[in-house]
Design a protein around this ligand. Sequence first.
Ligand SMILES: *Cc1c(COP(=O)(O)O)cnc(C)c1O
Length: 356
Amino acid sequence: MPRPISATIHTAALTHNLGVARAQAGASRIWAVLKANAYGHGLLRAAKALQAADGFAILDFSEAERLREAGVHKPILMLEGFYKAEDIALLFRHRLTPVIHSIEQVEMLEKASFDGKLDVYLKVNSGMNRLGFAVDNVRLAWNALEAHAGIDSVTLMTHFADAEGEGGVAAQLQWFNELTQPFEGPRSAANSAALLRFPEETRGDWVRPGIMLYGCSPLGFKSAAEIGLKPAMTLHSEIIAVQHLQAGEYVGYGRTYQASQEMTLGVVACGYGDGYPRHAPSGTPVLVAGERTRTVGRVSMDKLSVDISDIPEAYVGTPVTLWGEGLSCDEVASAAGTVSYQLLCALSPRVPVVEA
Ligand SMILES: *Cc1c(COP(=O)(O)O)cnc(C)c1O
């Protein structure tokens, strides 16, 4: 028998979640964001389940090649544009839409010999201060791209730093609108959080949801279930050993947990080598035989321990859900001081994936 851990990808949930995004997006078109192997769900699998999207957003040329080879004909947005002048030929070969975010990229486009026409995105830095043109050179970039004989259309784009948080989108949106007001072109700004929280103001012509498609909530104050999203990944394993502890005994590396009374532990075949966060503290929620309990002690590479003192039927072979159906990945992530994005895309290649 294989080691009893697997991740189930619920393809119907992906399709359902795209429907939720579609309802929020109104008449705007949707780039389904598939970067990081579709947030751990499998690039081609997700592209198929999300085929009702209007296009796919990715980062890597190898991902673009895989999508095209699999027969995907939809527009593909390259979220970091291109990296080297040699990449420009690939934009034509795979019919890709690059995000142009730096003067260096504009210069490379000006020097390149064009083998057809390109649609491009021009990324404006409205306050995230990661990628994009700021106030001093946005006009320069716009003029250069508009004047380029090989460029068909220029879409104006920005990215929000705190759409889910207290900051919201107002200041960035105002700055984006001011910076781009002189230019005529389609607009794209919303990630999942902006699309869910501020759909009217942010949706523009194209929205770019990622995390919500995978059934997680970017909003701390509203759960995925409350939004109507369904988990697209369930990480399952089983108990492979049982330990009975006396009061005062310790559990795991570093002896970070001490039993205050007699307790029964299940040892689960799942650890940080599978993508489970090592920094998840004792008390992180977990389901054993469908019942909610908690982890105890430090997560090791291949195993973690769970408290089964109050689940008498739990024994070797009892199923365990680490996150997914019945236990939101957002909740596990939050207990571990991180976000569901990280848990999903950290799923280790050694975990077998099953489609349901
Ligand atoms: C990752 C990403 C998105 C999607 O963000 P979510 O929070 O997952 O919805 C949208 N736009 C850009 C530029 C991104 O890098």
